[in-house]
Ligand binder design. Structure first.
Ligand code: ZN
Length: 486
């Protein structure tokens, strides 16, 4: 018989409490897991290894090809340098599991293991870069309900690489740019005196159109191979996945369950309904630059023509198969990475809206409360620095739900004094008592910036340096780092 003395019982329950606290509050990731540091070696070797192959006899076409090729190398190494990607162990392991399953069942299609990059973007997308690299957005990981659905997108991107689509379209593009037809059209325009711009646009449009048509043809090929890879690997395919992906294009169309004011009331904050209604007078939205989340580069989009793709592949659906849900913890991790990323990219409305959607799902984790407070405080800080509108992340009314638009309008119109009061109230809310040390320290750093009107540049950088020194692996270094003395 195994029994415990009271002392070890106490110790065990303490350990249990600690592990529960940790389970509730997993770190986003380490600062060093961002791609600039984590993929430093890979980035260097890509720069060295990606030599443009000689494929065209014609010197001009080869020159164009090399320009496009080097542009792609620059794109990937630049994105790694900009920390567009993060290595998050659990999400990477989950997706690697899918890649491994597809590889093992289809050995003829894989010369080596593909390189997986996790893109911090919120957009529901993935893309193939060529040379065995695929990138999967956090928006997609958060969106996919089942492992099978996620597998389809991953198999699709792997198929683009297997079929050398990136390489082929670079070749096509080079041939096009060096072609006589293209040059003739440009020359004709340069010679003509009138309506140059209109004619130029017409020529460019024609070439773009041709390229899109080509792209669509590639999509069909990638789908067919993807479904084949999945079937060999015994991963169920359902053509309705395409329809779900179609609904993902507009990220913030999901309505909120409650009125906007109720979410603020939960923090004991009263908002004035008038703030959420667009005033006719005052600053015109025409003056702002809109961040249009739906306007992704079409050539990188995973899911154009979703209905067509559904129809084309519906007979291949594996009927009656049980699907495996993506673990809630994986989707939650992806969501936190997105919320943080939107926040630090000055898309405050998007960040806040995702927090409210979590509340609607019954997610009471206090990390979202902390981020709610940080977002409002940062808005006030931005207002004092005279760039409030730049941090709201304005989107057009027709691209979002009416609640999203209300929130955006409110963040735009709420008077400065009230914004200050609300930010201060959130700063002293009780949920901070449960925050991690680096979260608390981030808050005081943000408070110093925001509420200390006389804070000198020197003191800002001192505060930033102290934060970094105290928490050398905290993901929030990303916020403090720009304030360091350079
Ligand atoms: Zn594709």
């Amino acid at each position: 018989m195994f029994s415990l003395n009271p002392c070890s019982k106490l110790l065990l329950s303490l350990l249990f409490l600690i592990s529960v606290a940790q389970a509730q509050q997993p770190m986003l990731y380490k600062y060093q897991d961002l791609s600039k540091t984590y993929y430093k070696n890979q980035s260097d070797s890509i720069q060295k290894a990606w030599k443009c192959p000689s494929v065209f006899d014609d010197r001009e076409t080869q020159k164009k090809y090399k320009e496009i090729w080097d542009g792609r190398t620059k794109f990937i190494t630049g994105s790694l340098e900009d920390n567009d990607y993060v290595y998050e162990k659990e999400i990477a392991a989950y997706i690697d599991g899918i890649i491994d399953q597809l590889m093992k069942a289809n050995p003829a299609h894989f010369k080596s293991k593909p390189m997986l990059l996790l893109d911090r973007s919120s957009s529901v997308n993935a893309y193939a870069i060529g040379n065995g690299i695929i990138a999967v957005n956090m928006g997609l990981v958060n969106f996919c309900q089942t492992r099978e659905e996620l597998s389809l997108v991953i198999a699709h991107e792997l198929s683009h690489n297997i079929l050398s689509h990136a390489e082929n379209s670079m070749k096509d593009r080079a041939e096009l740019l060096a072609s006589d037809a293209y040059k003739d059209s440009l020359n004709a325009i340069l010679k003509s005196k009138y309506e140059r711009l209109t004619r130029l646009n017409k020529v460019l449009k024609n070439f773009t159109f041709n390229r899109r048509k080509h792209q669509r043809y590639h999509e069909g090929d990638a789908d067919s191979l993807a479904i084949q890879l999945m079937k060999k690997a015994n991963i169920a395919f359902d053509s309705r996945f395409f329809l779900r992906l179609d609904s993902a294009d507009m990220e913030y169309h999901t309505p909120l369950k409650l009125e906007l004011g109720k979410y603020f009331a939960a923090y004991d904050i009263t908002i004035d309904d008038a703030w959420t209604k667009k005033r006719t007078k005052g600053l015109s939205t025409r003056n702002y630059n809109f961040k249009d989340s739906t306007n992704n580069d079409d050539s990188l989009k995973t899911h154009p023509e979703c209905k067509e793709r559904y129809e084309r592949n519906k007979l291949l659906t594996d009927a009656g198969r049980t699907l495996t849900p993506v673990p809630a913890a994986i989707r939650e991790r992806a969501n936190r990475i997105i919320v943080w990323n939107l926040y630090r990219n000055d898309v405050i409305t998007g960040s806040l809206y995702r927090i409210l959607l979590e509340k609607d799902k019954g997610n009471n984790n206090n990390w979202y409360d902390l981020m709610f407070a940080n977002a409002i405080t940062s808005l006030y800080y931005a207002d004092r620095e005279l760039h409030r509108f730049g941090t709201i992340g304005m989107v057009k009314k027709e691209n979002v739900s009416s609640e999203y638009y209300q929130l955006q309008t409110m963040l735009e119109q709420i008077p400065r004094e009230q914004l200050e009061t609300i930010a201060k109230k959130l700063g002293s809310a009780s949920f901070w008592s449960k925050a991690q040390p680096d979260e608390k320290s981030l808050k005081s750093f943000l408070s110093t910036l925001t509420f200390d009107a006389d804070v000198s540049r020197q003191n800002r950088s001192k505060a930033a340096e102290e934060f970094i020194k105290a928490f050398p692996t905290s993901p929030y270094i990303e916020f403090a780092s720009p304030f360091e003395k350079k």
